[in-house]
Write a protein that binds this ligand. Structure first.
Ligand code: UD1
Length: 418
């Protein structure tokens, strides 16, 4: 296992390039299962979650090859319909193969994902969507077993907006008989990216980006090529890195529109954010002002940036209140940030962070993907050395983060843990 070592105190300067979005790439990879043929996906980040999805596609019969940041998927011989526990348990997003496999093959067996580092995260909305589209669903030996000779268009009303369930419904409805209306649909940019891809495959989708998405089912779809959108969470994380170090960096390829709420919160904290050609310039202040943040579905502040903004607030002037309304116990980074000297109290899903003058380096443990990013950010300003162990979490969602940060002048490297 690897660990990341950071020697704090360097102000970040220079340029960094943003990779393709993990959360856009994964459902797009699943969507290739809808129809036989060869697809080329470019700007795909080389991440552990992408490799896991490649395995999922392979066990379903696809041929997958990757070359640098492109993936070729050939779904001509996809005749298997089971996504096994061994893969789904390592990545919950594997459940997004349910809709496309069911719609194309008339049946799907997908393992229930099980628990997560931050709570139960059920898949009931995914199942409700498939049932609304006319599928018979049973649960057997830890698997969702879905059957439908042909799905029928329907109105699907989600009680809470869900990114993954909206994606599964959009994919399945693209091959259903008739019209589907998804109410209270998620509006994240990754939904728009999937809709664009499905349209290029011949699906008739409108309304993505709003709370109501309409899909006229097609009799057949065809393969298409796609370029994955930039990762807004990686972009936000580098904005946070400039903020916390009082740095001045150019984030190239980042889409500011997709990070508008994060940008406006950072501005409130005293950070300068300036759009430039093909990127964003971010200049951190001498001292961060503490601000309050509440996570919400897009266009609200993303839960996937909650840990990173908390890291920034640990050295803020004043007190910050951070509330996560999406997940009620996504605070596993808090005890680790405290080991670095942060002053944080938690009451259920609300954290109060009293800014301290400085953090001090320590050994800490990454507990999940975004928590690891928060610990690295804190390590960038902590006095002395911070060692973040269990960095396999960060490899799920950040491409070469230590290389990108050292390119900006951080003293950071990877070592193998003994
Ligand atoms: C996606 C993102 C993840 C992000 C999350 C919230 C991907 C691959 N992952 O996850 O990084 O943290 O959005 O922005 O895109 N819920 C249910 N039942 C369900 C589904 C969801 O109760 O069947 C709840 C969840 O527990 C959560 C809320 O709905 O409280 C939103 O979750 P959802 O948008 O579905 O998250 P994911 O798609 O899993």
């Amino acid at each position: 296992m690897d660990k990341i070592v950071v020697q704090g105190g360097e102000r970040l300067t220079g340029e960094v390039r943003i990779s393709g979005a993990k959360n856009a790439a994964l459902p797009i990879m699943a969507a290739t299962l809808l129809t036989p043929g060869k697809f080329v996906l470019s700007n795909v980040p080389r991440l552990r979650d992408v490799v896991t999805m490649e395995h999922v596609l392979r066990v379903l019969g696809a041929q997958v090859e990757h070359h640098d940041h492109s993936i070729t998927v050939d779904t001509t011989n996809c005749r298997y319909h089971e996504a096994p526990y061994e893969l789904v348990k390592t990545m919950r997003a594997s459940v997004c193969v349910l809709g496309p496999v069911l719609a194309r093959q008339g049946r799907a067996r997908v393992s229930l994902p099980g628990g997560c580092a931050w709570g139960p995260r059920p898949v009931d909305f995914h199942i409700k969507a498939m049932r609304d589209l006319g599928a018979d669903i049973e649960f057997e030996h830890g698997y969702i077993v879905a059957e439908a000779r042909r799905l029928r268009g329907a109105t699907i009303n989600f009680e809470t907006s869900s990114v993954g369930a909206t994606e599964n419904a959009m994919m399945a409805a693209s091959l259903a008989d008739g019209k589907t209306v998804i109410q209270n649909a998620a509006r994240e940019p990754e939904i728009g990216a999937l809709a664009d891809f499905l349209r290029s495959m011949g699906s008739n989708i409108t309304g993505d980006g709003t709370g109501t998405i309409t899909i006229e089912g097609a009799d057949e779809l065809h393969p298409a090529d796609v370029r994955v959108i930039p990762d807004r969470i990686e972009t936000g994380t580098f904005m946070a890195a400039a903020a916390i170090t009082g740095g001045d960096i150019l984030i190239m390829g980042g889409e500011l529109d997709h990070c508008a709420t994060v940008a406006s919160k950072l501005k409130e904290a005293g950070v300068e954010i300036i759009p430039v050609e093909d990127g964003i310039r971010v200049r951190g202040p001498e001292r961060i002002k503490s601000i309050n943040v509440t996570t919400a579905p897009y266009p609200g502040f993303p839960t996937d940036m909650q840990a990173q903004i908390m890291a920034v607030m640990t050295i803020g002037q004043g007190s910050a209140v951070i509330t996560d309304t999406i997940y009620t116990d996504r605070f596993s980074h808090v005890p680790e940030l405290r080991r670095l000297g942060a002053d944080i109290t938690i009451d259920r899903n609300v954290a109060v962070i009293s800014g301290v003058d400085h953090l001090s380096g320590a050994m800490v443990m990454a507990t999940d993907l975004r928590a690891s990013a928060a610990l690295i950010l804190a390590g960038l300003v902590a006095e002395g050395t911070t060692e973040v162990s269990r960095v396999y979490h960060i490899d799920r969602g950040y491409e070469a983060i230590e290389k990108k940060l050292s390119g900006l002048g951080a003293k950071i490297w990877r070592e193998s843990e003994n």
